[in-house]
Design a protein around this ligand. Structure first.
Ligand code: DX5
Ligand code: ZN
Length: 232
């Protein structure tokens, strides 16, 4: 994974057919996905349950791009090695998930994976300041984590811009997660985001049998984000 700040679209398989992850992943990658975003939820840190390291390992072999694993779990540290062994390229943990995020990020780096730091909408981006030397990505949540299909929280756009200024020329991705679609993508791109996670806006209307829809949805988000960059 080399670093670049161009727009990357990361479909969240939370909106895919859970009985057919292999073909869903092949479909979105064939239709232009840059990364594959995997939402791990524990029913404790967030009010929903999804999947664990075994599922991640099983789908890894279908992912040719980047496996971007978003850990919405607490505690985190005791599971890092299992998710690293499952083949994640990036492991992202929430600052709100425990008292020792610094140690968690060190442990992710020590596992040989890229380290991501996720921030809920109620958390100020300034919390990332002391952690910037330990992270490869900061994920700004633009919904409260737990479910796909929620409404984008506009107040987060100002936080993205503040984070972008904090990062300067460090090789750190800014990822946006929640409510990203062709309407909101230009706002977050103009504020400085480069990785756009999108679940419902990518998978809506399509299927593995009708995957061209995924391609159109991905292109619509990417084109909207790029247009605004030119204007910004
Ligand atoms: C929310 C997840 C997101 C979610 C995004 O807790 O982290 O990745 O799947 O879904 P949409 O794009 O539908 O808001
Ligand atoms: Zn996510």
């Amino acid at each position: 994974m080399s670093f670049d700040r161009s727009i990357k679209i990361a479909p969240s398989i939370l909106s895919a057919d859970f009985a057919d992850f292999g073909r869903e992943i092949q479909a979105i990658e064939a239709e232009g996905a840059d990364w594959v975003h995997v939402d791990v939820m524990d029913g404790h840190f967030v009010p929903n349950l999804t999947f664990g390291p075994q599922l991640c390992k099983a789908i890894r072999k279908h992912i040719k791009t980047v496996m971007d694993v978003h850990l919405m779990i607490a505690p985190v540290d005791s599971y890092i090695d299992a998710f690293a062994d499952a083949g994640a390229d990036i492991l992202t943990a929430h600052v709100e998930a425990g008292p020792h995020i610094h140690r968690t990020l060190q442990a992710i780096r020590a596992s040989g994976r890229k380290a991501g730091l996720a921030l809920n909408p109620g958390t100020s981006v300034e919390v990332a300041g002391p952690l910037l030397d330990l992270v490869d990505l900061v994920c700004i949540m633009t919904v409260n984590p737990g479910f796909g299909g929620q409404k984008f929280i506009h107040a987060q756009v100002a936080q993205i811009a503040r984070l972008r200024a904090m990062i300067g020329d460090r090789p750190i991705h800014i990822e946006i997660d929640g409510g990203v679609d062709p309407v909101t993508a230009p706002l977050v791109a103009a504020a400085g985001a480069d990785v756009l996670v999108a679940g419902s806006a990518v998978f809506k209307g399509g299927s593995v049998g009708d995957r061209a829809v995924y391609g159109r949805n991905i292109r619509a988000i990417r084109d909207a984000a790029k247009d605004d960059r030119k204007a910004a």
